[in-house]
Write a protein that binds this ligand. Structure first.
Ligand code: COA
Length: 168
C-alpha cells in the first residue's frame, strides 16, 4: 500500500481522537498507552509541536507527534540527566498510533523516520521516547530505528516505561 505523509492540521483532530479510541478498543493491556485529552492532542497540532499523518487517500490512518517539552515535565530530557538550556535541544516522540486495520505496513517506522527529519530541520539534537516494556511492537520499532534504552522507570502516575533516546 502507498500512503501520503503530511502534517496534520486542526481539521484532523476529530479523526485523531477516533484513531486513539480505535487503538484502545483493541488494546490488550491498557498500561501500554496513555489516553491523551482532546486539548492535549489539539496542542500537538500546533507549533512548537508537530503531528505528522499517514493518509490512505483522504483518510488519516496513522499519526506521530513530535513534542517540544521545553522546561515542562513532558520533556524526557530530565529523565536522562539533561539540564538547563540543553533541554531545548531535546524533543519527544510523544505518541504514535496506527489505526488497527492499517497495522503491519511499517507505518510507525516510516512516520518515525520522517518525524526525525523534521526534528533535524527544527534544530533538535536528541529525540526521546517512553515505551512500555510490554509494548513489543513499539519497542521493536524504536530499537530498529536506532533508539537506545537509557533506563526503565515508573512514570505518568504509575506506569512502567523504558526511556529511549537517539542523537540525531
Ligand atoms: C505500535 C504500533 C504503532 C505499530 O504499528 P505498525 O507500524 O503498523 O507495526 P508494524 O508495521 O511494525 O507491524 C509489524 C507486525 O506486527 C503486527 N502488529 C503491529 N502492531 C500490533 C498490535 N498492536 N497488535 C498485534 N499485532 C500488531 C503487524 O500486524 C505486523 O504483523 P505482520 O508482520 O504479520 O504483518 C501499533 O501497534 C499501534 O498503534 N499500537 C497502539 C498505540 C501504541 O502502542 N503506540 C506506541 C506507543 S509508544
Amino acid at each position: 500500500m502507498t500512503f501520503e505523509f503530511k502534517q496534520c492540521t486542526e481539521k484532523d483532530l476529530d479523526r485523531i481522537m477516533e484513531i486513539q479510541e480505535e487503538a484502545f478498543s483493541v488494546i490488550e493491556n491498557e498500561e501500554i498507552l496513555r489516553r491523551n485529552s482532546r486539548e492535549m492532542l489539539l496542542s500537538c497540532l500546533n507549533y512548537p509541536h508537530y503531528t505528522l499523518g499517514a493518509y490512505d487517500g483522504d483518510k488519516l490512518v496513522a499519526f506521530e507527534v513530535l513534542y517540544a517539552g521545553e522546561f515542562t515535565d513532558e520533556n524526557i530530557g530530565y529523565d536522562i540527566g539533561i539540564e538547563g538550556e540543553a533541554l531545548l535541544s531535546v524533543a519527544n516522540v510523544k505518541l504514535v498510533i496506527v489505526s488497527p486495520e492499517y497495522r503491519g505496513n511499517g507505518l510507525q517506522r516510516q512516520l518515525t523516520e520522517k518525524v526525525e527529519e523534521e526534528a533535524k530541520r527544527r534544530g533538535y539534537k536528541i529525540l526521546c521516547a517512553t515505551v512500555s516494556p510490554y509494548n513489543e511492537f513499539s519497542v521493536r520499532n524504536f530499537e530498529k530505528a536506532g533508539y537506545e534504552m537509557e533506563t526503565e522507570k515508573v512514570k505518568y502516575g504509575g506506569l512502567l516505561r523504558r526511556v529511549y533516546s537517539k542523537m540525531i
